[in-house]
Design a protein around this ligand. Structure first.
Ligand code: ATP
Ligand code: MG
Length: 378
């Protein structure tokens, strides 16, 4: 593990002001102050986490969302203490814990592979953390039993992990972490190994469990649907940096960068030139496919609408709805989500007119790295 950079004066003063701001309102559960992590040296240096600032409030269900390699796990590991930052600081409840060992932080982690002890029963798996802490047998049994109840696994105490389904094992891992009553629970893609149906069930259960126990959850995922449906707030990562932090609705409806617009859901990004032509503003804009309508050439627009002609490239049938890809005269492509019953006349090669309310398009900052470029930069 590389040695941490000495805390620079500017980071030290930012930590000081983070502490001060924490003391005059409810202290955030987690504060990351210019947190940085590089791996390797010289030409091969990888900047995994690039000066990240973030505050997570008490009791939040907070998601770190981003593509593979964007730095989510590295941030989580620095919060847990498994990885020492190259620069910056981690504060828990307003206390700088950057140099503290994992066992010296009031934090527990649920790993993607659950890391259960296969030779122990479920009950003993859940009791394990309490045993390490020296909690007596009767108390251990009682608290582990309550936790198994909370994750809806009462009656499973005598099974071994190998005798359970993936979703059940996931809940044992959750109970094993929660029984220690940490202030913060870190979850790294905990649902990644489950099939879609179980995954959706567990999303609901996790949310309910978090609500019941009231502990701050930091949840890592690359699945935008999962992040949007479960979280109080989401931080969207791109190439080691956070591009936007906000509520699921903010992130989806008001993305501030072209990366967030295209990573979270499907979105059209209109270039600055096209935006100038259509909207009169020479800055890139984002436009969700579901806001675009297919209209016929005789359609009379009102003042609030914008329209453009193109040629159908492709129609992708998705059941109730279909995606129409249209190519415009400048070569760019717009995707419209339209009800499938209005599609009859649309086939590839045909002219099409697309229209949308002017305010459905919102200005975004062009991101340096787009989702499809991730990985090339690693
Ligand atoms: N121990 C390490 N040594 C060298 N490079 C590393 C190490 N751990 C992570 N990295 C690099 O740091 C970057 C961020 O990795 P990280 O695991 O945080 O990404 P992630 O967002 O969790 O991705 P995924 O969704 O695939 O899990 C990647 O480029 C990765 O290759
Ligand atoms: Mg990861």
């Amino acid at each position: 593990m590389e040695r941490p950079r000495a805390v620079s004066e500017s980071v030290a003063s930012t930590i000081e002001s983070a502490r001060a701001s924490a003391s005059d309102r409810s202290t955030p559960a987690i504060q990351l102050v210019r947190l940085r992590k590089t791996f390797g040296a010289g030409d091969g240096t990888v900047v995994a986490v690039d000066d990240v600032d973030l505050e997570i409030d008490q009791g939040e269900f907070f998601s770190l969302l981003g593509p593979s390699g964007s730095g989510k796990t590295t941030v989580l590991r620095m919060i847990a203490g498994f990885e020492l930052p190259t620069g910056g600081a981690v504060l828990l409840d307003g206390v700088d814990v950057t140099q503290r060992a994992p066992f010296d932080r009031d934090v527990n982690t649920v790993f993607q592979d659950y890391a259960l002890f296969p030779h122990m029963t479920v009950q003993r798996n859940v009791e394990y953390g309490l045993k390490v802490k020296g909690v007596g047998k009767a108390e251990r049994r009682k608290r582990a039993g309550e936790m198994l109840d909370a994750v809806r696994l009462s009656g499973f105490g005598n099974r071994r992990p190998t005798e359970m389904s993936g979703g059940q094992r996931q809940r044992v891992a959750l109970a094993r972490a929660l029984v220690n009553q940490p202030r913060v629970l870190l979850l790294d893609e905990p649902l990644g190994a489950l099939d879609l149906k179980l995954r959706e069930e567990m999303q609901g259960e996790l949310k309910a469990i978090q609500h019941d126990v009231g502990i701050t959850f930091v949840f890592v995922t690359h699945d935008q649907g999962e992040a949007l449906s479960m979280s109080s707030r989401v931080a969207v990562f791109n190439n080691g940096r956070i591009e936007q932090v906000g509520s699921p609705r903010d992130i989806y409806e008001r993305p501030t960068t072209s990366f967030v617009a295209s990573f979270v859901g499907t979105s059209n990004v209109l270039s600055a030139a096209l935006s100038e032509r259509l909207l009169g503003v020479a800055a890139p804009h984002t436009l969700r496919p579901e806001r675009i309508r297919v209209v016929d050439a005789t359609h009379v627009l009102d003042d609030h609408d914008v329209a453009i002609d193109g040629v159908v490239d492709d129609v992708h049938y998705l059941g109730a709805e279909s995606r129409v890809r249209a190519r415009l005269d400048d070569g760019s492509v717009l995707i419209a989500a339209v009800p499938s019953d209005g599609l009859a006349a649309l086939i590839a090669g045909q002219p099409v007119r697309l229209a949308w309310p002017r305010r459905a398009a919102s200005a975004v900052i062009e991101s340096v790295v787009q989702p499809e470029q991730q990985g090339e930069n690693q």
